[in-house]
Design a protein around this ligand. Structure first.
Ligand SMILES: [Zn+2]
Length: 293
């Protein structure tokens, strides 16, 4: 799986190259329009080299002469630039994205860093690689608190899910959480949106249905043991009894809980049914999990 930080870092070399090309193009254009400026800049470079040699030779008199010559050239340069309304930074590399300065992250209103809008394609690629590829249309903006007329309860659950994802809920340092709610109440929609939000805040996150734990590649299983945030949807007691699922799940939860990494299990069944019917190793962990409902 890919993380958003990894994807942004991988694009850095390309962004740097783009910055250099833009600067080179600016310089070529300005020098072609104002050859006298190119001439002065060439002279300044030569003087600085000579000034360096004079300094190494301890020839202070000569060094001083170069200083005076450079000052005069810089004054001429500034005059050409201001008289012709040339961008004084035409020969400097500038960020391609002024919002994030090409770091890929901007500070949100509350001060938390989030992925900049210029990295939308990296976000999409990350969603795709983190189990969220089938849910392109799911957005937090469209999650309706008043759906089914239980707006207060739904808003409360949404808030708690957000706080759990952000590590703000502290019930004795719980890392494992269970979000249990009736079928058809938008649990998957909310779970997907929370996972996407975690990624857009720079976290490594993954979303999977519980039954798919049996088909994930070994590399992905290793990754999800260590990522910041994991959501396992459609969690049900009987699923944990199929094939390897109980064993994989137990192993993943064991490592994540020990490392204090947040995992949310989403289920349509009440917690008591889950604890009673699950693979025994998993059910032992459920008793100690935090509750979202
Ligand atoms: Zn940006």
């Amino acid at each position: 799986m890919k993380t958003i930080k990894g994807l942004i870092a991988a694009g850095l070399a390309e962004t740097e190259a783009a910055r250099r090309i833009t600067r080179d193009e600016n310089m070529r254009r300005v020098y072609s329009d104002f050859p006298e400026l190119k001439d002065i800049d060439g002279k300044i470079i030569d003087i600085r080299k000579n000034r360096l040699i004079a300094a190494i030779d301890h020839d202070e008199r000569l060094a001083k002469r170069y200083d005076i010559e450079e000052e005069s050239l810089i004054a001429q340069r500034e005059l050409i630039i201001s008289d012709n309304c040339i961008d004084p930074e035409f020969d400097m590399e500038k960020p391609i994205c002024t919002k994030c300065g090409d770091t890929g992250f901007v500070k949100g209103k509350d001060g938390t860093p989030k992925v900049c809008s210029c990295k939308q394609s990296e976000l999409e690629e990350c969603y795709e690689s983190c189990g969220l590829g089938d849910y392109t249309s799911f957005t937090m903006k469209n999650y309706r608190d008043d759906y089914l007329g239980e707006s207060e309860k739904r808003a409360g659950i949404k808030k708690k899910m957000l706080r759990v994802m952000l590590g703000m809920e502290d019930e004795g340092g719980k890392a494992l959480w269970i979000y249990s709610g009736a079928p058809q109440t938008g649990k998957t929609y909310l779970a997907v949106c929370i996972a996407k939000l975690a990624i857009s805040l720079g976290k490594s996150a993954y979303y999977t249905k519980c039954e798919n734990l049996a088909t994930l590649e070994n590399d992905t299983i290793e990754d999800i043991k260590r990522i910041d945030f994991l959501i396992i949807d459609d969690f049900a007691d009987d699923v944990t009894l199929h094939g390897d699922i109980g064993s994989v799940l137990n192993n993943v939860l064991e490592i994540r809980t020990a490392a204090g990494l947040c995992t949310i299990l989403v289920s349509a069944l009440p917690l008591t049914d889950l604890i009673g019917g699950c693979d025994m190793r998993v059910s032992g962990k459920l008793g100690r999990a935090g509750k979202i409902s």
